[in-house]
Design a binder for this molecule. Structure first.
Ligand code: PLP
Length: 508
């Protein structure tokens, strides 16, 4: 294999990644190792049934302490994280996570509170959550917020179950459809289906917005709700919001806004005031919590007056003396019940609280900078990648490699793999589904102009490589610890466990 070619002007070096270290079992040498647990008196085994006793000693690695430490530190350095590099991952708002948030979340008064502590001993946490509710109401324009949902998709389910309860409470039992535009996030139709509705897709117009005519034609007495991601996963703000909401409400349906992209509009657009009935917020995206590895998130859901009675219980209340308490069971029979144990992901919510408090009125600047960065990156790469929707984007934009694929055979997947050689995490690819060979990029506000420029240079250099040496790009990555994986196989049948090779399998 030839050395990866790099554009000479760039001065970029391929990230020569560390190799995958040997497994700890392969490092094992009989007789080495730290302190051993001394064999005890055999009588300790008396209480353990014979059938459950080990016949042979466990196959544990024998290795000393410093080797153990080095081994695991080396493994940890194979990680790519927001603290080590840029993530242009679209639709996920992978922004820098301020360390201040982590400090706040570790304060023992919060971190060590027992989840079943009586309200009187949990006043600080209850106050923090109550104040966070006020702040999120201010930001979103809703009347009240529930903190139960554990992430955005769970928030969607909560919102749609409230919509279901609303229609049922009015005896309106024919509403079995939820309308989703074709640019919606995949979780939206999934949520509608999970909640027992039929998801009905409507097309976008040629500007990337909802086709209002198609919407009007689809709305009927069978429509329970529309779920609208706004700004959409094309990075576009729905500029016919008023018309859309009027049509939906006229048809007796409710409007759910997927608020995962709130990072783009804080201080500029309040969905609750605009007339949406319910929305979730991904605090781990907009308000910065490390996410992406399946770690805990939080998906608070805001509601307007129509859905207020159905909000999950218990809510956090403040009495006239300024004391905080949880709603008691049965205090509000119209509630849809609990969506999660305790009060949701409190430590994630605390990080959101710290983030919002640290920014104060400058929160609006976050959105301004996120939008500026996305538009700047788009401008830097638009001469080499097609931009299907060239109008002003919000926090993210879609590029397409259709022309490149036609002319060189290099696909978006190859571009993403080649970016790894340049030391970058690739953007989201092949999403949204409505764009061929899509690359969805969201730089976020926390990246510097220099980072965006180096990233754009890498994308441009890869485009040039595609025309000059397509095989190089198609065979990427060249410099990562493992080469190209079978993505489907890696996701469905991950091989995560090392087993000693025995018998015929043992390497000679
Ligand atoms: C991330 C995202 C979701 C799902 O949120 P999770 O917190 O990952 O469950 C839903 N909709 C959109 C538009 C998103 O970007």
């Amino acid at each position: 294999m030839s050395e990866p070619l790099l554009h000479p002007k760039l001065g970029l070096r391929p990230a020569v990644g560390p190799r995958v270290p040997s497994s700890i079992f392969e490092l094992s040498r009989p007789g080495t190792g730290g302190q051993k647990i001394l064999p005890g008196d055999d009588s300790v085994l008396d209480d353990i049934p014979e059938a459950m006793r080990r016949k042979e000693p466990a196959d544990l690695p024998e290795i000393n302490e410093s080797q153990v430490i080095r081994h695991f530190i080396k493994l940890s350095r194979l990680n790519y994280a927001i603290d080590t590099g840029f993530f242009p991952l679209g639709s996920c708002t992978m922004k820098y996570n301020p360390k201040f948030n982590e400090w706040a979340a570790r304060l023992p008064g919060f971190a060590k509170l027992h989840p079943l502590a009586p309200d009187s001993t949990a006043q600080g946490t209850l106050q923090m959550l109550w104040e966070l509710e006020q702040m999120l109401c201010e930001i979103s324009g809703f009347e009240a917020i529930t903190f139960h949902p554990a992430a955005g998709a769970h928030g969607e389910l909560t919102g749609i179950l409230m919509i279901k309860a609303y229609h049922i409470s009015r005896g309106d039992l024919e509403r079995v459809e939820v309308i989703v535009p074709d640019s919606s996030h995949g979780t939206n139709p999934a949520t509608a289906t999970m909640a027992g509705f039929t998801a009905v897709e409507i097309p976008s117009d040629d500007r990337g917005g909802v086709d209002i005519k198609a919407l009007r034609a689809t709305l009927s007495p069978r429509t329970a709700a529309i779920m609208l991601t706004n700004p959409s996963t094309l990075g576009l703000f729905e500029d016919q919001v008023d018309e859309l909401l009027e049509a939906v409400h006229e048809a007796g349906a409710l409007a759910y806004m997927d608020g995962a992209n709130l990072n783009a509009v804080m201080g500029y657009f309040k969905p609750g005031e605009a007339g949406f009935d319910v929305m979730h917020i991904n605090t781990h995206k907009t308000f910065s919590t490390p996410h992406g590895g399946g770690g805990p998130g939080a998906g608070p859901v805001g509601v307007g007056d129509k859905l207020l009675p159905f909000l999950p219980s218990p809510r956090i209340l403040r009495d006239e003396n300024g004391n905080f308490r949880l709603e008691t069971q049965d205090e509000r029979p119209s509630a849809i019940g609990r969506m999660r144990s305790f009060q949701g992901s409190t430590s994630v919510l605390l990080r959101a609280f710290a983030y919002i408090r640290a920014h104060g009125r400058e929160l609006q600047q976050v959105s301004e900078d996120a939008v500026l960065n996305a538009n700047y990156l788009k401008a830097l790469v638009r001469h080499v990648y097609e931009i299907p929707f060239p109008r002003h984007c919000k926090h993210e934009f879609v590029a397409s490699g259709t022309e490149m694929k036609k002319r060189t055979g290099v696909r978006t997947l190859d571009i993403a793999k080649r970016l790894l050689d340049y030391g970058f995490h690739p953007p989201t690819i092949y999403f949204p589904l409505s764009v061929d060979e899509a690359l969805l990029m969201e730089p976020t506000e926390t990246e510097s102009r220099e980072t965006l420029e180096v990233f754009a240079d890498a994308l441009i250099a890869i485009a040039q490589e595609a025309y000059e040496d397509p095989d190089l790009v198609r065979a990427a990555p060249h410099s990562t610890p493992v080469r190209r994986l079978d993505d489907a196989e890696a996701a469905r049948h991950p091989d995560l466990r090392w087993r000693p090779a025995k018998g015929d399998d043992a390497p000679c």
